[in-house]
Design a protein around this ligand. Structure first.
Ligand code: ADP
Ligand code: MG
Length: 677
C-alpha cells in the first residue's frame, strides 16, 4: 500500500464508510493519517477489579455469562460478567447485540469504559474490549477520539488508522533537518504516528508540539515575509495640516469621541511616514469608523493625492458616497468626490473615469471593482477598505502594478480580531480600537427563544410591527435539508408569511442577483417591506434606523462575532431594539449562546470566541482544504517561542526554506489567511 492509495483499499472499509470519509475530505491513506484526534481517553492504567472506582477505567479480565435481551421497543441489552483474580463486575452494552457472539469465554481481554451506576447497580457501560493477545487500539492505552460523523465513529477510524499506521514512516518531513535539530523538535512522521496511538502522555505532548508547530510556523513566516515586503516599499508622504484637521472637526455635527481622536491621530502619524501604513480600525457597528476614515482621506486629498474607498456592496458604496459628500461639502471639497460602481452603464463608467483622471486629488468611492477600473492611480496615497477582512496578496500585487507604488492601507471592521491572535499571528497589522460608542445608541436586549416561547416571540414581533417598526429575520441557509428542517429560509419565509399575513414580508439572499437584492433592500429602507427574511447577506449592509427586531434562527450555526454583527443591524435609531435567538429544539442552549445574551461588547465576544472555538474555527473559513488549523492554540508560550525561533533561523540561513516546496505551499496558503488588510 502507498500513501496515495484510496482509503477503500484498507481492508474493512466499504463504500458506506469510504463515502463518510469523503464527506470529511479524507480520500487517500495520507489524508487519513493527517486526520488528527480531537481528544484522548486515557485507558493506560490497568486496575485490579477490586480497586475499580466510578469513572473511566481499564481492567484485564475474562468474560463470561454473556446474555442479550430486549428491554423495550428498539432497545437491546447485552450483559456479561468480567472477572480477574481479585473480583468480578458487570459489563453492559446497549444496542450492541453482536457482542453476544463476538466474545470468547476463557480468553483474557482488556476492557475499557465508564464504570458507573446503571439501573441501581454499578457496571461498566458500553466498554471497549480487546484480546490481551492482540495489539490494543481501543483499550489499555491512551485511546484517540476523533471528530465523528454519521457512519463514522472513533472505533471505525481507529481500526482504519491502526491498519495503515506503519505507512506514516513514509510521510515526508516538511522542515529541514537543521531546524528540527536546532529546535529539538521530533520528526513529522514520528509525530503523526504518536498523535494517533501515543506510547505515553509525554510522547503525545511532544507529537502535539510538533504538529502545532507545523500549523503555526507557516503563519508566522508568512506574516514576517509580508512585513518585510511591505516595509521594502515606499508610500506617498501625507503631511499633517493642523488647520485642516481643526476645521474638519469644527464643522462636524457632533463631537468626536476620545477614541476617535486617538485613532485618527495614529493614522495621521502613519501617513506622515513613507513606509506603507497597514492599519485596521476595529469598532462595533455604529462606533463611528467612517468619519475617522474620511478624516484620513481629507488630509491626503488636500495634498493633491487620490484616495480610494471600497465598500463590500454597491448599496454600502452609495451610502458612503452620500455620507462623504455631506462631510466634504462643509470643506468645499465635494467636487473631488466620485462614485464608481459595477452596475453603472459602460458609458457612465467611462465618463466617470475620464472625470476622475482629469482632476487632481480625487476621492473615489466604490466597490472592489475600483481595482479593475481604468482609473489612473498614479497619485493614489490611501486605500480604505470597509468591512472586508481580506484583501488578498493578489489584489495588493495588482494595485502595485497599476500604481507603481504601494499606497497606505486602512481597513475598517466591526469584527475584531482577538488580541492574542493579532499579537502572535498578525503582527504585520497595526490595530486601532474604537471602544467607546457615540452615546446616542439604544441598548439591544437579547433573548433566547425556546420552542415553548415561540408564540410569545411572535407576539412581541407583532407588537413592534404594529407600532410601525420593521424586523429582520436571519436564517443560516436557504434550502431545507429535509421535511423536519425548520430553520431554512425557505421554511421560515413560508411560516412567517402565514403568521404575519397582514404585513409585507420579503426575502433576500445571495442567490438573488445584485439588482434584485438592491431592489428588495431599497423597499426595506423605504419601509415598504416590513419583515425581511434573509441570509447573512445583510450582515454588512444598510442602516435602517426603523428596524428594531433581529431574529436569528439556528443561532448555533453562527460564530459569536457574526451574531454580534447581526445584532448590530438593529438599535441604530431612537427606538429600543431586540435580538431574538430562535432555538431549534428544547434542549439546553449551548454555553456560548448563554454568554452571548449577556455580553454586548464585540471585543469581549471575540476573545470568548477564540477561547471556545480555537483559531482554526475562527479563521477556518478562510482556509481551503484539509490543511486547516486543527491543533493550534495560542496560549502555549513554549510553542510560540519555538516557532519564532524557527522564523529567525529562516532569515539567518539565506532563506533556504524556499527550496522546501511543501513548506512553501503552506506559507503561501497562510499568506491568503494573514493578509487581512
Ligand atoms: P460604523 O463604525 O458602524 O461604520 P458609522 O461610521 O456609520 O459607524 O457611524 C454611525 C453613526 O454615528 C453615523 O450616523 C455617524 O454620523 C455617527 N457618529 C460618528 N461619530 C459620532 C460621534 N462622535 N458622536 C455622535 N455621532 C457620531
Ligand atoms: Mg461602517
Amino acid at each position: 500500500m502507498k500513501l496515495s492509495d484510496p482509503i477503500d483499499s484498507i481492508s474493512g472499509i466499504g463504500p458506506k464508510i469510504s463515502e463518510a470519509f469523503k464527506q470529511k475530505e479524507i480520500v487517500t491513506i495520507r489524508d487519513l493519517l493527517l486526520y488528527v484526534p480531537r481528544k484522548y481517553d486515557d485507558f493506560s492504567h490497568i486496575v485490579p477489579i477490586r480497586q475499580i472506582k466510578p469513572g473511566q477505567a481499564t481492567i484485564k479480565a475474562k468474560i463470561n455469562n454473556v446474555k442479550t435481551h430486549r428491554a423495550r421497543r428498539g432497545l437491546s441489552i447485552t450483559e456479561a460478567i468480567a472477572n480477574d483474580e481479585t473480583d468480578s463486575i458487570r459489563l453492559v452494552w446497549f444496542n450492541q447485540p453482536y457482542r453476544q457472539s463476538g466474545i470468547k469465554t476463557g480468553e483474557v481481554y482488556y476492557i475499557s469504559g465508564l464504570y458507573k451506576l446503571s439501573n441501581h447497580h454499578y457496571a461498566m457501560i458500553n466498554p471497549s474490549i480487546e484480546l490481551e493477545s492482540g495489539v490494543p487500539i481501543n483499550s489499555a492505552r491512551i485511546v484517540p477520539v476523533y471528530p465523528e460523523s454519521k457512519n463514522l465513529n472513533s472505533n471505525i477510524i481507529r481500526r482504519a488508522v491502526s491498519k495503515v499506521l506503519p505507512l506514516a514512516e513514509k510521510l515526508k518531513e516538511i522542515m529541514p533537518e537543521y531546524i528540527i535539530k536546532d529546535l529539538g523538535l521530533c520528526h513529522f512522521n514520528w509525530a503523526i504516528s504518536q498523535i494517533h496511538f501515543p506510547q505515553n502522555a509525554m510522547q503525545l505532548e511532544k507529537a502535539k508540539l510538533r504538529l502545532q508547530f507545523n500549523e503555526l510556523f507557516p503563519l508566522l513566516l508568512a506574516n514576517e515575509l509580508s512585513t518585510r515586503q511591505r516595509l521594502s516599499q515606499r508610500s506617498p508622504v501625507v503631511a499633517f495640516k493642523v488647520d485642516l484637521a481643526r476645521s474638519f472637526v469644527a464643522k462636524l455635527p457632533f463631537e468626536l469621541t476620545d477614541d476617535q481622536r486617538r485613532v485618527i491621530w495614529q493614522i495621521y502619524k502613519d501617513m506622515q511616514s513613507d513606509l506603507p501604513m497597514n492599519r485596521l480600525v476595529e469598532g462595533d457597528v455604529g462606533s463611528g469608523k467612517t468619519v475617522v476614515a474620511v478624516m484620513a482621506a481629507v488630509m491626503a486629498i488636500a495634498e493633491g493625492f487620490s484616495v480610494a474607498f471600497m465598500a463590500p456592496t454597491e448599496l454600502l458604496a452609495r451610502q458612503h458616497y452620500s455620507t462623504v459628500k455631506s462631510l466634504l461639502r462643509s470643506l468645499a471639497m465635494d467636487d473631488k468626490l466620485i462614485l464608481l460602481t459595477g452596475s453603472m452603464s459602460k458609458k457612465l463608467k467611462d465618463k466617470t473615469t475620464t472625470k476622475a483622471n482629469a482632476i487632481k486629488g480625487t476621492f473615489i468611492v466604490g466597490t472592489h471593482s475600483l481595482l479593475t477600473s481604468n482609473i489612473d492611480y498614479n497619485d493614489l496615497a490611501l486605500i480604505i477598505i470597509d468591512e472586508q477582512h481580506r484583501f488578498g496578496v493578489d489584489q495588493r500585487m495588482t494595485l502595485q502594478k497599476q500604481t507603481g507604488h504601494l499606497p497606505h492601507f486602512l481597513s475598517l471592521t466591526a469584527t475584531p480580531i482577538p488580541r492574542s491572535l493579532a499579537l502572535t499571528i498578525l503582527s504585520d497589522l497595526n490595530i486601532s480600537r474604537l471602544k467607546t460608542m457615540p452615546d446616542k445608541r439604544k441598548t439591544i436586549s437579547t433573548e433566547l427563544v425556546a420552542p415553548s416561547s415561540f408564540n410569545s416571540f411572535i407576539g412581541q414581533l407583532r407588537q413592534e410591527l404594529a407600532s410601525g417598526r420593521q424586523a429582520y429575520i436571519v436564517c443560516p441557509y436557504i434550502h431545507s435539508k429535509d421535511k423536519t428542517d425548520k430553520q431554512s429560509l425557505e421554511y421560515v419565509f413560508a411560516q412567517i408569511q402565514i403568521l404575519l399575513n397582514e404585513y409585507k414580508v420579503s426575502i433576500i439572499h445571495g442567490q438573488l442577483n445584485a439588482k434584485e437584492q438592491e431592489s428588495v433592500m431599497k423597499n426595506f429602507v423605504n419601509n415598504k417591506i416590513k419583515v425581511l427574511v434573509a441570509t447573512t447577506v445583510i450582515e454588512v449592509g444598510v442602516d435602517v434606523a426603523n428596524a428594531t427586531v433581529m431574529a436569528i434562527y439556528g443561532p448555533d450555526r453562527f460564530g459569536l462575532a457574526q451574531l454580534h454583527q447581526l445584532r448590530g443591524r438593529v438599535g441604530r435609531g431612537v427606538y429600543a431594539s431586540h435580538c431574538y435567538l430562535i432555538l431549534n429544539d428544547a434542549s439546553q442552549p449551548s454555553p456560548r449562546l448563554r454568554e452571548f445574551v449577556h455580553i454586548n461588547d464585540g471585543f469581549k465576544l471575540s476573545e470568548l470566541d477564540l477561547k471556545l472555538r480555537g483559531p482554526g474555527a475562527i479563521y477556518g473559513k478562510l482556509q481551503h482544504g484539509k490543511s486547516g488549523l486543527n491543533l493550534l492554540t495560542l496560549d502555549d508560550a513554549m510553542l510560540i517561542n519555538v516557532a519564532r525561533k524557527a522564523v529567525e533561523i529562516f532569515f539567518e540561513t539565506d532563506q533556504k526554506l524556499l527550496e522546501y516546496k511543501s513548506l512553501m505551499r503552506l506559507v503561501e496558503q497562510a499568506q491568503q489567511l494573514t493578509y487581512l488588510n
